[in-house]
Design a protein around this ligand. Structure first.
Ligand code: FNR
Length: 382
């Protein structure tokens, strides 16, 4: 195999487990609960469908980001290199995994730097954990992370679920908000608030929006599930007692991606919203944009196909996703992302309707305003 994943290391454990085991949540993104009208008379030339859009001050060729996963161990550098080559080839955005290891051990910086080396032109998103901010990281470490890959934005990832499920997790979360705000105020590039598979909630988005954040990666329930990953890891390490305490918990806890995207748009109307967590097809991205997202993001499928089928496999996968996005735009009678965003949609699943209604969601108002995301006033779910 091209990737040597045999070393004992938490990062490599995570990659091995997520590639080989069933780590996706049983619960769905609820994107299947969306209905979008099919148009039999599109009056659009497929060759002229334009899927380019803006992200972090750059033009990208498709509304896609491969979200942050790895770096920080020599054996992960090839993964970042190949993801970067793929992102550059298709003109899509890319995130790197948590840069903590390289901030603390300079000799590991190269495992992240490869991302910028092989993707010189696309938006790159640096990454640190909110837990690190609580444990003393400040603007200095954030600048290190940004400069390391000449990043266009920096994701602060929120992962309380993973921390409580992780053997060595950091579980003191108090004080987190003021630390995030400090970084938002001082960072030279935009801060992206990013979940990791459990979904941003409207309250969290709204509070951060009011404090100046304009980029959100919802990373909702329905895809990679960190409770499952950590339980499998605890079992593999022989810690059955720890695993048993948590087993079965992770499958259903969290905010499904479709819900998170709609509520994020309502709470932070003129922001950039990445729909991620369980995004597996171009159609998922089409639905994500119709309901109010700007970009679709995925992590696990890119990693899996790369490790199992190499660069050709990854290329096939990304190409088919981009093609599917184009098809979806055409079949709604749209020509570009802006027109797609303004297509109306209906919530057809009771589950999604119920949880949205509970938050004061009004389909008529939402459909009217979601495409004009210059609207400056949150849609009042609170
Ligand atoms: C991740 N993810 C992640 N996120 C983050 O902000 N920092 C990180 O270091 C990592 N590390 C990481 C490793 C691996 C192996 C995977 C699969 C994922 C989370 C990722 O960016 C994404 O939010 C979730 O995985 C949900 O998307 P998918 O996987 O369902 O498409």
């Amino acid at each position: 195999m091209e990737f040597d994943l045999t070393t004992k290391d938490r990062k490599l454990d995570h990659i091995k487990i997520t590639v080989d085991k069933n780590v996706e949540s049983e619960a769905s993104t609820l994107l299947e609960g969306i209905f979008v009208t099919h148009n039999s008379l599109p009056e659009v030339d497929m060759n002229e469908v334009d899927v380019s859009t803006n992200f972090l001050g750059k033009r990208i060729d498709a509304p896609i980001i491969i979200t942050g996963m790895t770096g920080g161990h020599p054996d992960t550098a090839k993964i970042n290199e190949y993801l970067a080559l793929e992102a550059e080839k298709h003109g899509i955005a890319l995130g790197v995994g948590s840069q903590r290891a390289a901030i603390e051990h300079k000799d590991l910086e190269w495992t992240f730097r490869v991302a910028r080396k092989y993707a010189p032109n696309v938006p790159l998103v640096a990454n640190i954990g909110a837990s690190q901010l609580i444990k003393g990281y400040g603007i200095k470490e954030v600048l290190d992370a940004i400069q390391m890959i000449e990043a266009d934005g920096i994701a602060i990832h929120l992962n309380p679920l993973q921390e409580v499920f992780q053997l060595e997790g950091d579980t003191e979360f108090n004080g987190i908000l003021s630390k995030i705000i400090e970084i938002v105020d001082e960072s030279p590039v935009p801060v992206v608030i990013k979940e990791t598979g459990t979904g941003l909630s409207p309250e969290v988005v709204y509070v951060l929006y009011r404090l100046g954040v304009r980029y959100f990666d919802v990373s909702g329930l329905g895809g990679t599930n960190w409770a499952k990953v950590e339980v499998l890891r605890a079992k593999a390490r022989g810690n059955r007692k720890f695993a048993a305490r948590l087993d079965g918990y992770g499958d259903f806890w969290g905010n499904p991606t479709a819900y998170s995207v709609i509520m994020a748009r309502m709470s932070a109307p003129d922001s950039t919203i990445i729909s991620s967590g369980g995004i597996r097809t171009g159609m998922d991205i089409v639905y994500s944009i119709v309901i109010g997202g700007d970009l679709g993001g995925f992590a696990l499928p890119a990693l899996r196909v790369l490790v199992k089928e190499g660069r050709e496999g990854l290329n096939r996968f990304v190409e088919s996703i981009i093609y599917q996005v184009k098809v979806g735009i055409l079949l709604t009678g749209s020509r570009n992302i802006e027109e797609l965003r303004c297509r109306k949609f209906t919530i057809k699943s009771n589950e999604l309707r119920l949880i949205l209604t509970n938050e004061g969601y009004d389909p008529y108002r939402y459909n009217r305003v979601k495409c004009h995301n210059k609207l400056k006033v949150p849609l009042g779910w609170m």
